[in-house]
Design a protein around this ligand. Structure first.
Ligand code: SF4
Length: 355
C-alpha cells in the first residue's frame, strides 16, 4: 500500500469510528470543510481549565500568566460548550497545567458535553494508568496527547526535572492505546534537533506502534524567549515534510487532514482559553483578544477575525515559522506581563481589516 493510500485508509477508519461512537460529532465534523471554504472559523478550542500541575517543567509557560480574581468554573465550561455547539464547532482539548491532577476531572468532561464534542487532553502521563484511561474513555474522552521531549530518556527526565517522567510517559502512551483512546505523542522540534536520528526514531516508533506523532515546532517563548536560533528554517521544514511522507504517523498541524486545507490554523482553526477566561488566537500567542467572562465566543472570534494576519490564510506557522510575523508581532510581547492586550500588538491603521 502506498503512503497516500495508507493515510486515506487511516483517516477513513477514524471517521468511521467517530460516526459509530459519536454520531452528533460526526454530523458536525463532515460540515467543517465546507465551513472552511466559506471562510468561517471551524475552531478546536484548547482550554487551560486550571494551571495546577504535579511537575515543574523548564519550558512550561502556564505559570507565567498574570493571576486574576476569577477562574474558570464548570458553569463557564458548559456555557463555552453550548456556544461552540451553536457555532457548529466540535472539538475541545483540555490542557493546563496537568488536567489529571484535578479531582473533579470527570465533572470537567461532563460539562464539555462529550456526546457533542470530540475531546482530547494534553497530559504528562504521570497519572494515566490503564484503569484511569479506560475510565476516561467510558466518560467520553477520545484522545490523549502525551508529551515526550526526546526518544532519549535522560534528556526527557532532565527537561521535566523528574527521574521517573520518561517511564511514566511511555507507560501512559501504552495505557491510553490499550484503553482504545487515540494516542498522540507530542514532541517539540527545534532547529537543533529537527534533522536528528532522535526525531527519526520517534517517527518510526509512532508509525510502527499505531500512535500519531505531533511535531510541534519550537516557539521563541518562555525559557526560549527571544531565542530565534531555535526556530526551524526552510530546510528543517522540508525534512519534516519528508519525514511525514515516510512515516505518515508523524505530522505537523499545518499539514492538511480530513478534507481540510492545511496551513496555520490560528484563531479560525484553533484557539486557547486560559484559566482566567482570556482568549488567545493560538496557544502560543500570548495576546488576548477578549475574555469569555465578559463577551460571547462569537463576539471575541469576530473581533479577532478583523485582524488581517488571523483572517488571511498562511501556509506556515505564524508563531514559530513566519519570521516576519515573529519579528513584527511576537517580539512585541517579550518581557511583558502576559497575556498582552491585542491593541498593544496590532495597530488600527495597519493591521485591521477596514470595513
Ligand atoms: S501559529 Fe503555529 S501553532 Fe499556532 S495555530 Fe498557527 S500553525 Fe498552529
Amino acid at each position: 500500500m502506498s503512503d497516500q493510500e495508507l493515510k486515506k485508509k487511516t483517516e477513513k477508519s477514524k471517521r468511521e469510528k467517530l460516526r459509530k461512537g459519536k454520531p452528533l460529532v460526526y454530523e458536525k465534523i463532515i460540515k467543517l470543510a465546507e465551513m472552511q471554504r466559506r471562510g468561517e472559523p471551524t475552531s478546536r478550542i484548547d482550554i487551560g481549565y486550571n494551571y495546577a500541575c504535579n511537575l515543574k517543567c523548564k519550558h512550561c509557560m502556564a505559570n507565567t500568566f498574570q493571576k486574576k480574581n476569577r477562574s474558570m468554573t464548570l458553569a463557564d465550561l458548559r456555557s463555552i460548550a453550548e456556544q461552540a455547539d451553536a457555532l457548529g464547532w466540535c472539538q475541545f482539548n483540555v490542557s493546563g497545567g496537568e488536567p489529571l491532577v484535578l479531582k473533579n476531572f470527570d465533572e470537567v468532561l461532563k460539562a464539555l458535553m462529550p456526546e457533542k464534542f470530540h475531546i482530547g487532553i494534553s497530559t504528562n502521563g504521570y497519572f494515566l494508568t490503564e484503569e484511569k484511561a479506560r475510565h476516561l474513555k467510558s466518560m467520553g474522552l477520545d484522545k490523549v496527547m502525551i508529551s515526550l521531549d526526546s526518544y532519549d530518556e535522560a534528556l526527557h527526565n532532565a527537561n521535566r526535572a523528574s527521574d521517573g517522567a520518561y517511564s511514566k510517559a511511555i507507560a501512559a502512551i501504552w495505557n491510553a492505546k490499550n484503553a482504545g483512546l487515540d494516542t498522540i505523542i507530542q514532541t517539540v522540534i527545534t532547529h537543533q534537533n529537527a534533522k536528528t536520528e532522535e526525531t527519526v526514531k520517534l517517527a518510526k516508533f509512532a508509525q510502527e506502534n499505531g500512535f500519531s506523532l505531533d511535531l510541534v515546532i519550537a516557539k521563541a517563548l518562555g525559557e526560549w524567549e527571544g531565542r530565534h536560533d531555535i526556530l526551524i528554517d526552510a530546510d528543517d521544514a522540508k525534512f519534516l515534510r519528508e519525514l511525514h511522507n515516510k512515516y505518515p504517523a508523524a505530522r505537523r498541524d499545518v499539514f492538511p487532514s480530513y478534507g481540510m486545507r492545511g496551513g496555520c490554523g490560528v484563531l479560525k482553526g484553533c484557539f486557547h482559553i486560559s484559566q482566567f477566561g482570556d482568549v488567545f488566537p493560538c496557544v502560543f500567542m500570548h495576546i488576548t483578544i477578549g475574555n469569555v467572562f465578559e463577551d460571547s465566543l462569537k463576539t471575541i472570534v469576530d473581533r479577532g477575525m478583523k485582524i488581517k494576519r488571523f483572517r488571511d490564510p498562511s501556509a506556515i506557522c505564524l508563531a514559530g515559522e513566519d519570521k516576519t510575523f515573529i519579528d513584527k508581532y511576537m517580539s512585541r510581547f517579550y518581557g511583558k506581563p502576559l497575556p498582552v492586550d491585542y491593541r498593544e500588538i496590532f495597530t488600527e491603521e495597519d493591521d485591521f481589516v477596514q470595513e
